[in-house]
Write a protein that binds this ligand. Structure first.
Ligand code: HEC
Length: 111
């Protein structure tokens, strides 16, 4: 997998932002072991390893902008996808991963 190289040649490595900064953010009071046994009073790094399987990460990872152009009877739509917060390519990891963009378009009668 090329995730490390993607990160290394990107802007995040240059700024010193490590994998752990995004995938293991600091949380306060998160149980490290069974909360009935012990609960920490300190800040710990999350061990949930949030990645592409996390809705919030996927939502942050890409920014979409669209341009609509109507000329006479035809309409053209251009959608730009920007990798805004993934510290590497989007998607990354297993090569079979894909980003699927679904564009829904409605034309109102008389519009
Ligand atoms: C600036 C934040 C950031 C940094 C730094 C970062 N990542 Fe990510 N990572 C993300 C986001 C957002 C996603 C979700 C988008 C995706 O799945 O491609 C993600 C997804 C992933 C995935 C896919 C997870 C899955 O569910 O399949 C892997 C693997 C991964 N990162 C590994 C790394 C490694 C290894 C590093 C360091 C070499 C790193 N990441 C650095 C933000 C970051």
């Amino acid at each position: 997998m090329s995730t490390y190289s993607e990160w290394k040649m990107g802007p995040y490595a240059e700024k010193g932002i490590q994998c752990q900064n995004c995938h293991m953010p600091e949380e306060f009071g998160t149980p490290i072991v069974n909360p009935e046994v012990a609960k920490t009073e300190h800040t710990v790094t999350a061990h949930k390893f949030q990645g592409g399987h996390t809705q919030i990460n996927i939502t942050k990872a890409a920014t979409l902008t669209q341009m609509l152009d109507k000329v006479d009877d035809s309409v053209s739509v251009v959608v730009y996808i920007t990798n805004s917060e993934a510290g590497h390519f989007l998607p990354t990891g297993i090569p079979s991963r894909r980003v699927i963009l679904t564009v829904n378009f409605w034309i109102l009668k008389g519009g």
